[in-house]
Write a protein that binds this ligand. Structure first.
Ligand SMILES: [Ca+2]
Length: 307
């Protein structure tokens, strides 16, 4: 099913600026135009931190015939391991933009200031697991962690943030396509196994989040795709992929903004975290959480229209 994509707020701001053609003849209007430019720049700032991903087709997921070898290679033998990645199936995506970095505490603090309905005191107890923004004090993130990924967020809050930023959460297919740099890469950096210099995961022994961008990006310029924090994506959790070619897939259907808070159930997580293992860093690995499950190792990034 196609995903509804809207213009980014930066584009809207630019359009507003261009509709001010008579400003030059009047000082007040010039001042207003200057203000509009400044506002546009401020609003466009997040857009400057996005990567354009060209559309195309790729084979998402893992063929069933590869599972035995994967279980052996990674020493993972619990029931059902890798099964959710099956089958490998052809996916065609339209072009999109995606944040180069996980959303930071600083960005999320700007969001809760502008949209206090998503601040900790205002979010009803039914909308989270009791830990929403647990690491913040008096509505502010830890000063030493402004450039760390925001954590203890719900799926609803993540999607609300992305909508306010002029985008949405990436679909699961977009996330995997971007993580793999439109290739067959097993990890965002290629096929070699991770080490403590490549990503923030369990064996890095940080024991917590790192400032976003602390490790080298993948070939599309995306940072921390593997590790640091797991990332909520748009799709509803399904235990396996549909066995057919798909265009712009998104499990669970388009989420209307006015119905966002009524979404229940599990949504997909991708990428592993500072608390995770090697296998979680694979670009094809899938996991899921309840939408209300605010955890210390889960964050997100946003996607936007390519136009
Ligand atoms: Ca990540």
């Amino acid at each position: 099913m196609a995903v509804c994509i809207i213009q980014s707020s930066s584009e809207a701001a630019t359009g507003k600026l261009m509709s001010h053609p008579k400003a030059s003849g009047n000082a007040a209007r010039v001042a207003a135009a200057v203000f509009a430019v400044a506002a546009a720049v401020v609003r466009a700032a997040p857009r400057d931190d996005t990567a354009l991903v060209a559309g195309g087709s790729f084979r998402m997921g893992t063929p069933a015939t590869a599972i035995a070898e994967l279980r052996s290679r990674y020493g993972v033998d619990f029931p059902g391991a890798f099964d959710s990645e099956v089958p490998a199936h052809l996916v065609t995506l339209s072009a999109f933009r995606i944040d180069r970095h996980e959303v930071t505490n600083a960005r999320f603090a700007e969001f809760t200031a502008r949209h206090p309905e998503w601040s900790k005191p205002r979010l009803s107890k039914q909308m989270h697991n009791g830990h929403y923004l647990e690491h913040w004090t008096d509505g502010q993130p830890p000063p030493a962690q402004l450039d760390h990924p925001v954590v203890y967020v719900t799926w609803h809050a993540a999607q609300a943030f992305c909508r306010a930023a002029g985008g949405r959460l990436p679909t699961e297919a977009e996330w995997e396509y971007a993580a793999r740099s439109r290739s067959d890469d097993e990890f965002p950096w290629g096929s070699v196994l991770p080490d403590a210099k490549k990503a923030n995961y369990g064996e890095s022994s940080r024991g917590g989040t790192a400032p976003v961008g602390s490790y080298a990006p993948n070939r599309l310029g995306l940072y921390d795709v593997a590790g640091n924090v797991w990332e909520f994506v748009l799709d509803e959790w399904q235990p396996a992929y549909a066995d057919r070619a798909q265009t712009n897939p998104m499990a669970g259907g388009v989420v209307a903004d006015d119905k966002l808070r009524s979404v229940t159930g599990r949504r997909v997580l991708r990428g592993g975290s500072y608390d995770g293992g090697v296998v979680n860093l694979r670009t094809r690995w899938r996991d899921s959480h309840e939408v209300t499950n605010a955890k210390p190792f889960v964050g997100f990034r946003c996607a936007y229209s390519a136009k």
